[in-house]
Design a protein around this ligand. Sequence first.
Ligand SMILES: [Mn+2]
Length: 358
Amino acid sequence: MEMTLRWYGEAYDTVKLWQIRQIPGVRGVITTLYNKQAGELWTQEEIKALKASVEKEEMHISGIESVNVSDDIKVGDGNRDEHIENYIKTLENLGKEDIHMVCYNFMPVFDWTRSELARKRPDGSTVLAYTQEAIDAINPEEMFSTIRGEMNGTVMPGWEPERLAHVKELFDRYSDVDEKKLFDNLVYFLKAIMPVCNKYDIKMAIHPDDPAWSVFGLPRIINNEPNILKMMKAVDDVHNGVTFCSGSYGTSLDNDLPHMIRALEGRIHFAHVRNLKFISPTNFEEAAHLSSDGSFDMYEIVRALYETGFSGPIRPDHGRMIWGEQAMPGYGLYDRALGAAYINGLWEAIEKNAKRNA
Ligand SMILES: [Mn+2]
C-alpha cells in the first residue's frame, strides 16, 4: 500500500501540500480538477498543470478522486454518449500523464448524504453524522441548504451550488430509473471505457454508495457484497475495480468489512479507511480512526487488506474537526494526519508480524 491524503487543489483546499508532506510516510496525494463539471473533458495540459503543482512540492499524484460521472450517463439519456466520449478522452489524457487509478461513483444526485456536518462529540471535537429520522423529516432541497450552511465557507464535493439550483429537475430525471436500469447504465459505461483502461493500465475504482441504503427513494446498487461482486462479474476485467471505503460500506451493520475485502481480493485498487460510531443502526457519527473510539475493528480491516496483497493507494478518510481547525468538514489536516499515522502503525505491526511468522 501507499499512504496518501486527499487534496482538493491549491485554489480550494485549506490544507497545503507542504503540510501534507510533513505527515510521516505521505508523499502521494489523491486529487482532482475540482472545477470540472461531470461530463466535461480534462485536457492533457490541465492534467499536466495539476501534476506540476503537486510535484513542485516534492509530492506526486497517486490517483484521481474523482473523475465524476454525469447524471446523463447514470440516467442513460441526454448527452450520455458525448459524455462517455469525453470520459474516454479524459482517461487517455490521464494515462499519457502516467496516472493509473481513478475513483468515481455511480450514486444518483448526491455523492453522499449526512444529516449533520458538525455534531459535537464528548471530547469537543465535531464530526459528520447521520440519522435516518432527520433525513426522513426533510426534503432534498432543504438538505442542500442545511449542508451548504455548515461547510465553513468551503464547497464540498457533490454539493456545488450549481447542483442545488437543479435538484428538483435532477430528481425528475431519475423518476423511472430503478436499480436494474441504473446497474445496466453502469455496465454500459464500463464496457465503453474498458478498452482505454486496458491500453493505459488505468484501474477504475468505484466508490460505494453512502449510506448503503436508498435515501429519498433513489436507487442504490453499490452497497453490499453480493451487489459489488455482481458488478465485478458483469465486467470481468481487473481494471473494473473498487474503492474499498470502510466508512461507506460500514454504514450498514450487515456488511462484514474484512469479509468483503477478502471477497474482493485483486479488485480493490484504492482504500478509504475510517471508523464510525453507531448509536443505533440508523444513527451513526464519524469517529477517530482508532478502533476503540468507534464501532469497527480497524486492525481486522487493515489486516484483511494486507493479507489480500493490497498494493494501491490508501488514505485516512474523513477526520474529526479538532484543535480549532477551520476546514472543509471531514477534510481538516490534523485528524487525518493522526489517522494516517495510526494506519501506518497498524500496517507496520501486521507486516512485521506476518514476516516473523512466515
Ligand atoms: Mn470514502
